[in-house]
Design a protein around this ligand. Structure first.
Ligand code: SAH
Length: 356
């Protein structure tokens, strides 16, 4: 016989928790108290819920567990960036990153363990997708970074980007549930406009977000506005080519009136010529947008090389001449493999190899 496993109490919505208390013959408002401990105060133990009676705490323990994540390894970069290897209740590991700048402290969080997409310049792609993260596992990553911001920088967390491991739009329901908690007053009460979801660009899901009138920002990993090149870089482009992506983005803009950010890496011999820069300008004309040119972070000895500075300058010039805002983003946390596309549980992989 299989031993029944207890439910993670944080999988329940407030309404479900209220229904549970009523079914137990208890008061409905207890649910709100417990919910506040679980989310606003991020308690990890039923015993610490001091305004809940001992018998109720025992009753909760008999039904539920609190599956909290744990920061397993914390690494500090010379530039201040911090990378957390976060252990989940089933011992799987994801990574999240704290990025400090003069004005902001940004949390970069993961949405899946591994990733099912095969962008061939990204280290996470090598892990394949193991599972989706639960809303509380995403939320906990944010809380861990928020606490580190206060501890190491004496500053509040200001922004959140879904640019860690995984494709957020392939774990849509859980990512949205996490954002709901992050923005609700019972959770962290952060403004949605401080949150950015980054995606490879799945047209169907972009339309769905638009229909649901989400209030956070959208970033799309473009990397090329020419189908042939983009398909070589990101196989997803074969399934959803640029024309379809553009249509979905037009729909997004019509519904939300929110400008989109395109993430763009320039690689030597791949997209570092004027033809690609001009194609990007043309793509940007679909809707109001801006371009973040990201530096390539090497993940192996492979064929990808960061383009020369002249190519980056050429892109910026052509974009600006055409009235498109372009920002060149400096890479952060490269020394601890915390930069874009480098998240791949290297420590864990290293330990596994050592153990062999
Ligand atoms: N799956 C989502 C979010 C994760 S990646 C997405 O693709 O948008 C966050 C960003 O880092 C994406 O723009 C991705 O294309 C970029 N990236 C991946 N590998 C990289 C690398 N080696 N160097 C620089 N950027 C990289």
């Amino acid at each position: 016989m299989q031993v029944p496993t207890k439910t993670d109490i944080r999988q329940l919505s407030l309404a479900e928790l209220e229904a549970f208390f009523i079914a137990q013959g208890d008061k409905k408002f207890r649910a709100k108290q417990v919910y506040d401990w679980l989310w606003n105060k991020s308690l990890k133990n039923f015993d610490d819920m001091t305004n809940i009676s001992l018998s109720t705490r025992e009753m909760l323990k008999a039904h539920f567990v609190i599956n909290h994540v744990r920061v397993d390894v914390m690494q500090h970069s010379v530039d201040g960036t911090i990378k957390n290897a976060v252990k989940l209740h089933d011992d799987k590991i994801v990574e999240s990153v704290l990025i400090p700048t003069e004005k902001r402290i940004t949390a970069c969080v993961s949405s899946q363990v591994g990733c099912s997409l095969d962008c061939n310049f990204c280290a996470t792609a090598r892990l394949k997708r193991m599972r989706n993260l639960q809303p509380d596992e995403i939320y906990d990553q944010v809380v861990a970074i928020k606490e580190e911001a206060e501890q190491f920088f004496q500053r509040p967390l200001t922004n959140i980007v879904f640019m860690g491991m995984g494709e957020p739009l392939l774990n849509y329901a859980n990512v949205l549930a996490a954002i709901e908690k992050i923005t609700s007053p019972e959770g962290l009460g952060m403004a949605p406009r401080r949150i950015t979801l980054s995606t490879v660009g799945i047209p169907k899901m972009i339309r769905r977000m638009a229909d649901e009138e989400v209030k956070f920002n959208l970033a799309v990993s473009l990397h090329s506005a020419i189908n042939e090149t983009r398909s070589r870089l990101m196989p997803i482009n074969d399934k959803s080519p640029l024309e379809e992506l553009a249509e979905a983005l037009v729909y997004w803009y019509q519904k939300t009136q929110r400008r989109v950010t395109y993430e763009y890496v320039i690689w030597q011999g791949i997209n570092d010529d004027e033809r690609h820069a001009r194609a990007l300008v043309k793509f940007c004309r679909h809707i109001p947008s801006k371009v973040n040119i990201i530096q390539y972070n090497p993940i192996d000895e492979g064929d990808f090389r960061q383009a020369a500075q002249e190519a980056v300058d050429m892109y910026v010039r052509i974009l600006e001449e055409n009235g498109i805002v372009a920002k060149v983003r400096r890479s952060r946390g490269q020394d601890i493999d915390a930069a874009c596309g480098q998240l791949a549980n290297k420590n864990e992989v290293a330990t596994l190899v050592e153990k062999k």
